[in-house]
Design a protein around this ligand. Structure first.
Ligand code: GLN
Length: 334
């Protein structure tokens, strides 16, 4: 290779390195702007039907984005922990898909939107034949009951292990949250019994609810959630630890269910605005997945009427718009 060629290669390498650094800086700026824009929003209210959640500091606000190369962009409270709540449903679904394949979920749980709140019993009745989905409580309890393992401990250990692999660190249960929800869980217990009556639960009903309640009480912060979402964005490989967590196929069936029902009765509105699969939890977490690009997570406990983080929705909408992340926004070539 002559000297001119070598110099040219170095120059091109330098230019592309510079432009990557520029675009990373632009992403960080947008995340900071989103934080500034919405940090003083006062709308919404902590969940209080699980008494312990009412005590969580409502001013916690953190935004984290992780790209599929493992770069992290963040603003606000990266490390304030909340309980994962329903965001766990997406990851337990991907665990079951990874273990048992898509037909099991399609046939035993279902994948249709309900249009009803996350704990709706009417939705179970209406969808008795056609099936429900893994993002609402009844479908999530059925999904948890499908995790491989002969005993409740086996299933629970598989869930903690897999969700920890998604986060890239060992996750632990927030015991006061678990105890608080377990003591007040009549509605979920009733839903599990109804599933049993309909032959739609695949392990002991009460133990399935108990495992589900524990999975919802796992403690996470915005950075964990963004890494978990980025692992879905990268087709199942954790971009920080570089280890494969679930198969690409499992992710390809998880994301559509999130898009269908991740924000419950407001899932259509969310998809209309962002074009992205998302998942919320009543602890105040909200994640969105930009397939092949980013995981985005916000933690902010005050919720809207449907149980979705108010600031979470505002911040993610803002980021999606500023960075053109809606996958349906296609620039035509001519
Ligand atoms: N553990 C909560 C419940 O079952 C989860 C609900 C949620 O985050 N939407 O009610």
């Amino acid at each position: 290779m002559n000297i001119q060629k070598t110099l040219l290669i170095f120059l091109l390498w330098g230019v592309s390195f510079y432009s990557i650094a520029q675009s990373q800086q632009a992403i960080q700026q947008v995340v900071e702007q989103a934080y500034q824009e919405f940090k003083d929003v006062q709308e919404g209210k902590n969940a209080d039907y699980i008494k312990e959640l009412a005590k969580v500091d409502p001013s916690i606000f953190g935004i984290v984005m992780v790209d599929i190369d493992g770069n992290i962009y963040s603003a606000g409270d990266n490390f304030s922990q909340v309980s994962i709540q329903s965001v766990s449903k997406a990851f337990v679904l991907s665990l079951v898909l990874n273990e048992s394949g898509p037909e099991v979920i399609k046939n035993k749980v279902g994948a249709n939107a309900t249009g009803f709140p996350f704990n709706s019993i009417i939705a179970m009745e209406i969808n008795r034949e056609s099936g429900i989905n893994s993002m609402v409580n009844a479908g999530a309890i059925a999904t948890t009951s499908l995790v491989n393992g002969a005993t409740a401990d086996d299933k629970w250990n598989a869930i903690v292990k897999k969700l920890s692999e998604f986060a890239g660190r060992p996750l632990e249960v927030d015991e006061p949250v678990y105890i608080s929800e377990a003591g007040d869980n009549q509605r979920n217990v009733a839903q599990a019994q109804l599933l049993k009556a309909y032959d739609k639960i695949y392990f002991d009903a009460d133990q399935s609810v108990d495992i589900y309640t524990r999975q919802c009480a796992l403690s996470v912060h915005a950075r964990d959630l963004a890494i978990m979402a980025a692992t879905l964005a990268s087709g199942g490989k954790n971009p920080i630890t570089n280890s494969r967590v679930v198969s690409t196929e499992a992710v390809s069936y998880t994301l559509p269910v999130m898009a269908t029902a991740g924000l419950y009765e407001n899932s259509g509105k969310w998809l209309y605005q962002t074009g992205l699969p998302g998942k919320s939890g009543v602890g105040g977490a909200l994640i969105a997945v930009v397939p092949g690009k980013f995981g985005i997570a916000v933690v902010s406990p005050p919720l809207d009427e449907a149980g979705n983080s108010v600031k979470g929705q505002l911040a993610i909408n803002y980021i999606v718009e500023k960075l053109n992340l809606n996958p349906y926004l296609v620039e035509s070539g001519n």
